[in-house]
Design a protein around this ligand. Structure first.
Ligand code: G3P
Length: 219
């Protein structure tokens, strides 16, 4: 399973990349806006830190505009993926991108039918948004299970990126469902490393080690 970071925050990306645990990055206009810097500058800086795929979103309304955006974005990083919305124009753009050898990530997927259409169009990735489905009282992870099953049934090469991740459970359930990738916000990524019993255990082992150095014997 690959871990992408769902962020444009350079410090977070750097830390994860140093640990060898950052297989790619997904961004969207909201994520980049939060960094308070120029869109192109942020994406190019991310590209210096990460060699894996970097999703950059087009806000074009027509397929032609999306392709125009994409042709510009691919100049910015080594391993670009153009994010397009799950619309008819978005999927028309996927076909156009395929013809010129540019990878795509169809975003804002909320149903298995949408994922099926995107895979049939030849998308490199689909991004089901689990958290936003949970927000409206549906079970986002059931959608991920369905998409993984459908792609297996038909041998689609499209990879599933579990997006809108809000908890450790989302990451763990994505892995259980066999999703290829989870794109994880830095806060959740940090939580993945931690457990109170790990900290407690380390503290106890360290304390006992010190005591044994001092020649104290456990009674
Ligand atoms: O990658 C898409 C994801 O960032 C959306 O997450 O938390 O805004 O629903 P969220």
């Amino acid at each position: 399973m690959n871990f992408f970071l769902d962020t444009a925050n350079l410090d977070s990306i750097k830390k994860a990349a140093e640990l060898g645990m950052c297989d790619g990055i997904t961004t969207n206009p909201t994520i980049i806006f939060k960094e308070g810097k120029d869109h192109k500058q942020v994406v190019m800086e991310i590209g210096k830190l990460v060699s894996g795929p970097i999703s950059i979103e087009s806000v074009g309304e027509t397929a032609e505009q999306m392709v125009e955006d994409g042709k510009e974005f691919v100049k910015w990083v080594r391993n670009p993926v153009i994010k397009v919305p799950m619309t008819k124009e978005g999927l028309r753009a996927v076909r156009m991108f395929n013809k010129i050898g540019i990878k795509t990530n169809v975003t804002l997927i909320f149903s298995a039918s949408q994922a099926l259409l995107a895979a049939k169009a030849g998308a490199s990735y689909v991004s089901p948004f689990v958290g936003r489905l949970d927000d409206i009282g549906q079970d986002g992870m059931v959608l991920v299970q369905d998409i993984v099953q459908i792609f297996k049934n038909y041998n689609f090469k499209t990879e599933v990126i579990v997006a809108s991740v809000r908890s450790l459970k989302h990451v763990e359930d994505a892995a259980k469902a066999g999703a290829h990738i989870a794109t994880i916000p830095p806060k959740i990524y940090e939580e993945m490393w931690k457990h109170a019993l790990t900290d407690k255990g380390i503290e106890m082992f360290n304390a006992d080690y010190k005591k044994s150095l001092e020649g104290k014997v456990k009674k």
